[in-house]
Ligand binder design. Structure first.
Ligand code: SF4
Length: 61
């Protein structure tokens, strides 16, 4: 699984960073995925982050 943040949609609320600091960090005022490739044990966390992002900015595929 891959995860990424659309910087044009991210509103910098920092929810994903607070809930999943192992997956996301803030960079230049938007969230970014720390590593695009998500390991199997982190897939549920990545899906959770995508489901909870109020801006729909987190893409998992
Ligand atoms: S939860 Fe969504 S809108 Fe909020 S910082 Fe993360 S990617 Fe941006």
């Amino acid at each position: 699984m891959k995860v990424k943040v659309d910087p044009d949609l991210c509103t910098s609320c920092e929810l994903c960073v607070g809930d999943h600091p192992e997956l996301f960090e803030m960079k230049d005022d938007v969230a970014v995925a720390i590593t695009e490739e998500v390991s199997a044990d982190m897939e549920a966390a990545a899906r959770d982050a995508a489901d909870n992002c109020p801006a729909g900015a987190i893409i998992v595929e």
